[in-house]
Structure formats: C-alpha cells, structure tokens
Design a protein around this ligand. Structure first.
Ligand code: ADP
Ligand code: ZN
Length: 608
C-alpha cells in the first residue's frame, strides 16, 4: 500500500504539480487500483477528476470515462493534454474515421483516458470487453442514472449492463449532487452492490452565501450593478429563469457600461459558441444565462454567481453556485427571491412529470430563501451532512436574528417523534404536540402518549417555524420514501438525550426589518501579500500563451497558481518547476516566458 501511495504522489507531482491529495482522493485511488468498485460523492471543485485520472495513470491499459456532456469531455481532454497526458474523446462531432483512429490508438495502448457518451459505450461494449485492455470504467455525473436525482437521463439507465460485460474491471461512479436516496439508487442501478461509498464534505467554505428578498425592477438592477462594481474585472454568471430576461438584463447592463452578454439555448449556435468562448478566455466579464450555461465548462476562475430568480430546487442551486471558486479562492454569491418566482416555479413543478417530488423540493428551496438560521447549515443538512456550527460566511451569520434557547422545545418534538416510532409527518406531529382533538389523532391513540399536548402553549405557526428550523439545523430529516415521516439524525439524538444545547431564532409574526447584510470579506490567507502589478502582468502572459495554443487561460494555470507565482517570484527553471500546480510538462512549456516577466518586473522595481 505504501508503494501505491508513493507512486501516486510521484505521478501527482509529475503531471499536475501538486504535492498532496485533497481529502479522500487517495483513499478512492487506492480502492480502485486494488480492483474495487466505488461511488464517490464530492462537491464541485472537490477534485473528482483526479479520482479516476490517477488510477488510469497508475494501471496498465486505458480507462473509459462515461460523460453525458460533449463540451465537458473536450474540456477534460484538453486539460489532460495540457498536462502531457494522452487522452481522447469519441463523439459525434468527429468524423467516423477520426473516431476509428482513436479506437486504434486505444488498442495500441497509446491512450490512457478515453471519454465517451453512454450510448457509444453501449454500442461498442461487446467488441471492447474482449480485446481491449480496459483498466477501469468511471461514470461521471452518475446521479443521471437515478429517477430521484434532478437530472435523470434515460441513456444512463442501460449502464447497468457495464458490470456484466466488463467483469473484474472496477467501476467508479462520481457525482457532485446526491441526496440520500440518489446515493442508494446509484449503487442499485449500476449493479454494484458492494461498491464502497466515499462521501466528502459538500461544504465549499470559500463561497459566500447571500439572499436578498423582495427587490424587483430598478432596485434589483441597482443591486446587481453595485455587486458587479465590487467585483471589478472578475468573471461571473447571472442565472435567469427565462431566455427573455437574459437578453433584457444583458442589454440593461451593457447600457450601464458593464461587459455583459446573454446566453441561452435559443440563440444561434455560432453566437452561443462565441459568447461562451469569450467568457472562458476572460474576454467577457459577465454572462446572463439560463441554466443551459455552465454545465459544460470547467472554468476555475468564476469569481461570483448571481441568481436573478430563485432556482427550482436546492440541488440546482448548489450546483450553480458551485461553479464559482473551483480554484479554492474566495467567491461570492447572491440570490434574489420573490413570491413571483415561487408562483412561476410552482406552476412548472405542478405540470412536471413528478409533481409531488418537485413541489416538495421547491418548498425546501423556498424555506432556504426565507431562513433565519445559517444558510450553510441548511444546505449541508439538506445533503444529510452533519455540520454543527454556524459558518460565518453567509448573510444570516453576518446579520443574525434574535436567538432563544430552544433545547426544551426541540426535546419535546424529538420525544414525540420517538414515541410514535418516527411514523408521523409535520402536521400530525404538531397536532400531537398541541394536543389536538382531531379524530385521526384520537383514533391512532396519540392522545395517550406522554408527549401529547406538551407544546399546547405554542401556536401552530410557531411550531411550524421551529420544526422547520430543526430541519434546517440538521436535527431531523424528512423520509420522502416513507410518506414524508420525520426522522431524527445523530445530532437530534444528542439533543434529545441532553448532550447538546440548541439555539433557535425567535419566532415573529412579522419579521422585523433586517438591515441589508454586508458581506464580510473572508480571509483567505496570503492574498494581501500578492504583488498586484506583477499578478496583472502574469495574467497578460497567461492570456497570450493560451491564445497561442487555442486553450482557455485557466487551463494554462489557475488563478491560484498565478497568485502563488506572484508571491514566490521564481526566476529559474528549477524554482518554477517546484511551484504548486506546475507539473513537468508545463514547466518545460512555460518557464521561459513567466520567469522572464518576473525578472523584468524585479529589475524595474529595483530601479524605481
Ligand atoms: P470536480 O470535478 O470535483 O468539480 P476538479 O477535479 O475539476 O473538481 O478539481 C477542481 C480543481 O482542484 C481543479 O483545478 C484541480 O486541478 C484542483 N485539484 C484537484 N486535486 C487537487 C490536489 N490534490 N491539489 C491541488 N489541487 C487540486
Ligand atoms: Zn452561516
């Protein structure tokens, strides 16, 4: 095992220039290299790609990566090649001859990673399973296989055959969005019952969370402009609900001198490509987009996200804000919320195939928007993650509401849940707590419970609000597969048994006016010491090199690597090669240009 680890670290340094793994990456790599199946749940930016790229490099043969999105495949392949790793994609945009050449190269073991769509894999599976040295099959965006997920794709459902056709080849399923049910479903649907599930924290502490409600028209636009002015020269995306809004908003912003363009599925293909390319290449600052945008891009230096409207569920919201700050540097998000949005989304949900689930998910989204507890706690407990403190990087934390000691209240509710064997939902629980004489309550004998009526001095609305907070704080969760019954989490049990106190936000019939929240800059270390002038010169160099090679600037080096370079100021090839994020291939390619800029800068500074 020590051997695998040393070799993995050597490969990591050589090709990627990193000297350590992110949490859980190595565990996954070792598991796969030793021949086992795995399901990996990591947030966007958590480093999923390395979980399959490293095993592919460590084992003889070629890894197959199933991916649903063409653009994403291209991006990944380009990034691999930029690091000196032989990779290719098979897709319908290339000629059949090109695709055949690629397959030949895989047969000749000239390719380490082959990206492919699920349809194509299924079509080729029989011939390949016999004759090719396939060392692993990774299934990216694995939540697409589940009906519970928000992004079900029928072409994924047949991937259950992969296990049968490639016996003994480890299968690695990866996703950034998986609630408890989706997670179970992935294993079942892929036919990998023994796969180990690796769950990384979904927390993205570098992303600030802010919600503003009730603004519309001019005042909303003013707020957006103000936000963009605070993020001068920084790339960002504004998500809108309709195509029309993306266009009107982009036009309004342009008229105010902001570098913005619209992007939606209804635009001509060449225009879409142009806008997307300009954004990726840092030639366009702001994109006003429908959710069609962002799926296929890996741009690591998106510094902010605005939601012009509330998204339809928490999964989408989290995925969309997750497109910011992938490089780990500070990023800001702002979501606008209005009852108008809820109305529109509610009619979409009601008319969708799975109305019940979708309405429920929308309700959870709305509760997030109206929350009076730390927003990160809500998000993480939604993904069934234990997170027992306030984050300090959301608007609620920065502008906290009045708190009360809610321990006894929570214990009443948790105890009533336990005494009904966790077989009741919200409304029944409130009826029990308030001592309702409803016939269903009496018929079930709930009036005989010890907790019946213990909460009678709180109104129904108050119980509603406090139970909602318990949900948001991660003390309870809703088992959708059991008629929406409430269940206690491990945190909830600690409160019930008196091992932990809980603060709740005081309930008001009319919320007192809150001051508008200021976002407090998050200290991200080092950023102060960076030589800003040098950094902007390095960015220019990065841009020129990217243009010359026809790849996006972030693929040459991420913002984080440039920030470190501006700080460390390497002037020799050897110094350059040891920098974070600079592998062998990129050292050879880029050291002369960057070190020349640094040397000149140091000379100019000395002569000033
Ligand atoms: P995901 O696919 O989970 O969204 P990526 O695989 O794209 O995440 O990784 C996000 C960013 O983190 C990329 O820029 C990647 O190069 C970087 N990264 C991944 N693993 C490491 C590591 N061990 N050390 C430093 N940076 C890493
Ligand atoms: Zn918070």
């Amino acid at each position: 095992m020590q051997d695998i680890e040393n070799e993995a670290l050597a490969v990591l340094k050589k090709f990627y220039g990193y000297s350590s793994f992110y949490p859980m990456q190595y565990e996954v790599i070792e598991h796969v290299v030793t021949g086992h199946d795995a399901v990996v749940l990591m947030p966007t930016g958590g480093g999923k790609s390395l979980c399959y790229q490293l095993p592919a490099l460590l084992m003889p043969g070629c890894a197959i990566i199933v991916s649903p999105l063409l653009a994403l495949m291209k991006d990944q392949v380009d990034a691999l090649i930029a690091n000196g790793i032989p990779a290719a994609a098979i897709n319908s945009q290339q000629s059949e001859q090109q695709n055949r050449d690629i397959i030949d190269n895989v047969f000749r073991q000239n390719i380490k990673l082959l990206y492919i769509s699920p349809e194509r894999l299924l079509a080729h599976m029989d011939e390949w399973s016999h004759d090719m040295l396939i060392n692993m099959i990774a299934i990216d965006e694995a939540h697409c296989i589940s009906h519970w997920g928000h992004d079900f794709r029928p072409e994924y459902s047949q991937l259950s055959l992969v296990r049968e056709r490639f016996p003994g080849v480890p299968i690695l399923a990866l996703t950034a969005t998986a609630d408890r049910l989706t997670r179970i479903d992935i294993k079942e649907q892929l036919n990998i019952p023994h796969a180990k599930i690796f769950i990384n924290s979904f927390d993205r502490p570098n992303i600030s969370l802010n919600v503003v409600s009730g603004l519309s028209g001019r005042s909303k636009l003013k707020r957006i402009v103000n936000f963009i002015e605070k993020h001068r020269h920084q790339s960002g995306i504004i998500y809108c609900l309709s195509r029309k809004t993306t266009e009107t908003l982009a036009t309004s912003l342009q008229s105010l001198g902001i570098d913005a363009q619209a992007f939606h599925a209804g635009l001509p293909t060449d225009q879409k490509l142009r806008v997307q390319q300009a954004f990726i290449n840092d030639d366009l600052q702001v994109i006003c987009a429908t959710i069609a945008f962002g799926m296929g891009i890996d741009k690591s230096n998106v510094r902010w996200i605005i939601h012009n409207n509330m998204p339809k569920n928490i999964e989408s919201y989290y995925q969309e804000i997750g497109r910011a700050g992938r490089d780990g540097m500070k990023a800001d998000t702002l979501m606008f919320y209005s009852f108008g949005d809820v109305k529109t989304l509610m009619s979409f949900a009601n008319n969708s195939g799975q109305a019940m689930i979708n309405v429920e998910k929308l309700n959870r989204m709305q509760q997030y928007a109206e929350a009076s507890v730390c927003r990160r706690r809500i998000l993480l407990s939604y993904f069934n993650e234990r997170y027992d403190h306030d984050c300090g990087n959301c608007d609620v934390c920065n502008n906290p509401p009045d708190k009360i000691d809610g321990t006894t209240l929570c214990q009443m509710a948790l105890s009533a849940m336990a005494r009904t064997h966790e077989a009741v939902g919200f409304m029944t629980l409130i009826d029990i707590l308030r001592g309702s004489r409803k016939s269903e309550i009496i018929a079930k004998g709930y009036d005989q419970l010890k907790t019946y009526g213990v909460g009678h001095d709180l109104t129904q609305a108050m119980w509603n609000a406090y139970l909602l907070q318990m949900l948001q704080l991660g003390l309870i969760y809703i088992a959708y597969e059991e008629d929406g019954h409430l269940k206690s989490t491990s945190l909830g049990r600690e409160v019930l048994y008196g091992k932990r106190k809980i603060e709740l936000s005081r309930f008001y019939y009319n919320q007192p006016d809150k001051k508008t929240a200021k976002s407090v800059p998050l200290p991200m270390g080092n950023e102060q010491d960076i030589d800003e002038l040098l950094l902007s010169k390095l960015k220019d160099t990065r841009r020129a090199l990217a243009k010359a090679q026809g790849i996006p600037p972030y693929m040459v080096f991420s913002d984080k690597v440039l920030a470190i370079m501006a700080q460390e100021k390497p002037v020799t090839k050897a110094q350059f090669g040891t920098l974070y994020g600079v592998g062998e291939h990129k050292t050879n390619l880029y050291w002369p240009q960057f070190t020349a800029v640094i040397k000149r800068h140091l000379n100019e500074a000395a002569n000033r």
